[in-house]
Design a binder for this molecule. Structure first.
Ligand code: SAH
Length: 260
């Protein structure tokens, strides 16, 4: 089967079935839960009322042009500080990318907002099934869960796949399926997708992504444009064929093949 490791026990998305036995971590003011449900003090600036900090982040993004109310609501809901390492929690709501381990980064909120807005632009009020390439720490998957019916999120690095699972577990998002596999092969089992979104940029868009996109669906991905520079590519699959649009320059980690 394309896009999936040989271990057949992993063929079906097991998330969230695995989570049934997990007790959700209650949201506690002034504290931040960490993996395993142990609470610790939050550094000044985020913990006292992280909802207000998120609202300020969203307000800034709105000033910069974010208009989609669904994206605004998702960004206001998902606690980004829970997806970054404890030493970086204070930067959780700054418009900056941050390291998430294994040489990878969580994208900056303005870029995430831009990509989600593009993904939702042409669709109905609530997008259907979406494939995300590059789960990373799971932040964008949590956002997608707010605005899509179902999210299939693939990560090629086992360490990050597991980190995302730990990060997402307390959120109990029944519509997110985390997959360990090479996203360059897509995930045919979940196809066709109303949307495909990639958080890593390659030289070109793999053909299978377009094959797995539904007619009427949209793909948003960074792609190498000139030299080593990347730009955002939007591809619409219509009954008349493929429509592509290359947008502004971006900086994403490289799309790599294989599982590691
Ligand atoms: N959306 C993520 C961003 C992660 S950075 C977040 O919110 O944190 C991009 C991720 O893409 C990295 O974790 C990298 O390992 C992953 N990646 C790169 N090539 C990939 C591939 N072929 N398949 C799946 N994941 C890939």
């Amino acid at each position: 089967m394309p896009g999936y490791p040989s271990d057949r026990s992993r063929e079906r998305p097991r998330f969230p079935a695995r989570l049934d036995s997990v007790t959700p971590v209650p949201h506690q003011k002034n504290t931040l839960s960490v993996a395993g449900g142990v609470a610790r003090d939050v550094p000044v600036g985020v913990g006292l009322d992280s909802g207000a900090v998120r609202q300020r982040m969203v307000a800034k993004l709105v000033q910069q042009g974010l208009t989609d109310a669904r994206v605004q609501a998702a960004l206001a809901t998902v606690e980004r500080h829970r997806f970054v390492d404890s030493a970086l929690v204070n930067q959780g709501y700054e418009d900056t990318s941050l390291p998430i381990g294994l040489g990878q980064t969580i994208s900056k909120p303005s870029v995430v907002a831009r990509m989600l807005s593009l993904l939702l632009e042409s669709g109905s009020a609530h997008l259907g099934r979406v494939l995300e390439i590059g789960t990373g720490c799971g932040y964008q998957a949590a956002l997608l869960a707010q605005v899509c019916t179902e999210v299939y999120s693939m990560e090629r690095l086992r360490g990050l796949h597991e980190k995302a699972r730990d990060n997402l577990r307390p959120l109990r998002l029944a519509n997110v399926h985390l997959l360990l596999g090479d996203g360059m092969l897509g995930y045919a089992k979940g196809a066709p997708y109303a949307g495909i979104i990639a958080a890593a940029g390659g030289q070109r868009i793999p053909d299978c992504w377009l094959d797995q996109l539904a007619v009427g669906g949209r793909l948003v991905a960074p792609v190498v444009s000139v030299g080593t520079q990347q730009a955002l590519l939007v591809v619409d699959k219509t009954s008349d064929g493929i429509r592509q649009c290359l947008l502004e320059g971006v900086l994403f980690v490289p799309l790599k093949s294989g599982v590691a």
